[in-house]
Every structure is written in C-alpha cells, then in structure tokens.
Design a protein around this ligand. Structure first.
Ligand code: SF4
Length: 69
C-alpha cells in the first residue's frame, strides 16, 4: 500500500543529504508498495524521530533504535 507519509517524508522528497543512487527504485519498492517494510516508517510509527541518515532499507538500524528507545 502507498505510504501516507509521502507528502512530508524527507526521503521521498529527496531532502536528505547523501540520497542513495537507487532512490527511485527505493521509492517504488517501499513508498509506493510496501511502507511496512520501510525503516523510516517503522521509526515514525513508533513515535521516534527519524535520523536523517536512515533510509528505507536500513531496517536493522531501525530495529536497533527502537529496541534501545
Ligand atoms: S515508505 Fe518510508 S521513505 Fe517512503 S514515504 Fe513512507 S516513511 Fe517515507
């Protein structure tokens, strides 16, 4: 399902430093099709401020941040 955070998400709007070269692929894979698998989505829905260095595929990092929160 398409992510409802798209409008404000700094990743989707390409506002983060060091945007990955496969941004368009990641947008399709996560933002348009599978928001539940997105590391940023996991953090934001846990009520945690998303670090600017976390990208959708950084699930291990998101889980570690959530675990220590
Ligand atoms: S899926 Fe993740 S990166 Fe994409 S808009 Fe939602 S929170 Fe942002």
């Amino acid at each position: 399902m398409k992510c409802e955070k798209i409008e404000k998400c700094p990743f989707f709007n390409e506002k983060l430093a060091n945007m990955p070269s496969l941004t368009s692929v990641l947008k399709q894979r996560y933002c348009m099709e599978n928001k539940e698998a997105c590391a940023r989505y996991m953090l934001v829905t846990a009520g945690i401020e998303v670090p600017p260095t976390v990208f959708p595929q950084d699930v291990d990092r998101a889980k570690a941040i959530i675990a220590t929160h």
